[in-house]
Ligand binder design. Structure first.
Ligand code: SAH
Length: 241
């Protein structure tokens, strides 16, 4: 069972997620998953950290996938706990395909994605009448950790969109420079939400032009989400960073 653990606060787990955790013999979790979420698993359940955040040594996706198949084949009820929602930058497809190819049954339980957690903290609506008619979720982290080459710059520079950037800290300076070059107003509100919904959440409020410097100065802990767009000039603009 692929389970969305939400962005941090354990109270953002769904009832289905809690039920799955209580049924699990084994829980494989990422290191974006907060300890309070793991407390919902049975004490006897085996809990395996397969964290692969950032650039530290980690088991790697093929190893995790193989482990999932092996455990499920042995007849165990396996929960694969992923930060946020498994369907948003969660590499769920690789795991689902491997399990299905092995003839195993897979369920997916959605979770609250980081963008929703951050929007709630900011009291912001991501689309907002008259300000943003669409929302785009993008990653600024390609296979090799660099800014992906094939980004759609005209879509990203659309002043009528709210852009939520996952995994965007390392490449932020390059991303924001290229967005300005593509025509996005440098004064566009930009907020970095560090550890959205965790007790130590921080928000760094700036503009497209200043967010990279502001982020560098405030040394965020991560995980961080970068949100850009005019909608942030609403209630979010009055939230103290
Ligand atoms: N499936 C997850 C995203 C996984 S990609 C989801 O739906 O949220 C990992 C990236 O998600 C991080 O680099 C960061 O950009 C973002 N992220 C995850 N949890 C976060 C949090 N609590 N606060 C801010 N960003 C978060």
């Amino acid at each position: 069972i692929l389970v969305g653990a939400g962005p941090g606060d354990p109270e953002l787990l769904t009832l289905k997620a809690v039920r799955a955790l209580q049924s699990a013999d084994v829980v494989l979790y990422d290191d974006l998953v907060s300890p309070g979420v793991l407390d919902f698993a049975r004490r006897e359940a085996e809990k395996v950290d397969v964290g692969k955040r950032g650039y530290r040594a980690s088991p790697g996706q093929p190893t995790i996938t193989a482990k999932l198949v092996e455990l499920a084949r042995a007849g165990k009820t396996v929960v694969r706990l992923k930060g946020g929602d498994p369907s948003i930058f969660g590499r769920a497809t690789e795991e689902i395909e491997a399990l299905q190819a092995a003839g195993l049954e897979v369920d997916v339980i959605p979770g609250v994605t980081a963008a929703s957690g951050a929007a709630a903290s900011l009291r912001a609506s991501l689309p907002e009448r008259d300000l943003a008619r669409r929302v785009q979720f993008v990653t600024a982290h390609g296979r090799d950790g660099a800014l992906p080459e094939d980004m759609d710059w005209s879509a990203l520079a659309d002043p009528g969109a709210t852009t939520v950037v996952y995994m965007g800290v390392r490449t932020m300076r390059e991303l924001t420079r290229k967005l300005a070059r593509a025509g996005l107003d440098p004064a566009t509100p930009a907020i970095l939400v560090d550890r959205a919904t965790w007790p130590d959440e921080r928000r760094i409020s700036a503009t497209l032009e200043t967010i990279a410097d502001a982020t560098e100065q405030s040394r965020p802990v991560g995980p961080c989400l970068l949100i850009l767009g005019a909608t942030l000039s609403g209630p979010a603009g009055r939230i103290r960073a």
